[in-house]
Ligand binder design. Structure first.
Ligand SMILES: *Cc1c(COP(=O)(O)O)cnc(C)c1O
Length: 227
């Protein structure tokens, strides 16, 4: 089991290195987050033994449960990548070191109101025309960035996050995301993280400048049924 996991992790990391080299990027500037949603905490422990330090979860209940079970690994960084609800802000903040899915002022305010150590946040941008897909519309991006900067002193704006649309080549969608990233940096020059790229499209994301990849099934294997 761990052997297969180690082999898949190594294979993905090798592909990341190749993709970075192909576009003249240093892979050291790319953080590979392993998305462990629906998997048991045990799998996260195995990943930790293989050197993984950044893991991603998309549901607050799972984030809370696994991070509590694995509290002994105090060097694990939990990235929250799912739709965030304001009434879950406290629980998210207690476990996550970064929230990739801030897409409206109210969730930023709710996370900020919890207080505590500075929390890294990214603004999720909707690259589709469908408002149900989550993420702020590109036209609202600077406004949301300014809101986080001016009204949420315990949040540190780190950059942008997006999921490629289903019916568009990821390369062109990620090119747009790179443009959105530079718009955010015109408001917040340090916010240079670009969280993009999953199992099916991380090579294109690297070519478009992604700094944080969120890779699940290529590393973990198929996800079990949602529990
Ligand atoms: C599940 C998920 C991923 C990882 O998906 P894979 O295709 O398994 O790599 C990445 N980002 C988000 C937001 C997710 O929900």
């Amino acid at each position: 089991m761990t052997d297969d996991l180690a082999a898949r992790l190594a294979a993905v990391d090798a592909r990341i290195d190749v993709a970075a080299a192909a576009v003249g990027r240093n892979p050291a500037g790319i953080t590979r987050i392993v998305v462990t949603k629906f998997h048991q905490a045990e799998l996260v422990a195995e990943l930790h033994a293989l050197g993984v330090r950044d893991v991603g979860e998309n549901r607050q209940q799972e984030l809370t449960a696994k991070s509590e079970l694995l509290r002994r690994f105090d060097d694990l960084r939990w990235h929250f990548i799912g739709q965030a609800q304001t009434n879950k802000a406290r629980a998210i903040r207690e476990s996550a070191s970064a929230v990739h899915s801030v897409d409206r002022p109210r969730i930023a305010e709710a996370l900020d109101a919890v207080g505590g150590e500075t929390l890294d946040v990214l603004l999720q941008v909707n690259l589709t025309e469908d408002p149900a897909r989550g993420g702020v519309a590109p036209s609202g991006l600077e406004g949301l960035a300014e809101h986080v900067l001016s009204a949420c002193p315990t949040l540190r704006l780190r950059g942008v996050m997006a999921v490629a649309p289903l019916h568009e080549a990821p390369a062109s969608a990620f090119e747009r995301l790179a443009g959105h990233s530079s718009r955010v940096r015109s408001v917040a020059p340090d916010a240079d993280w670009i969280s993009a790229g999953m199992t099916g499209d991380f090579v294109e994301a690297i070519a478009a400048g992604a700094t944080h990849l969120r890779i699940g099934s290529a590393i973990t294997g198929p996800r079990p049924e949602r529990r």
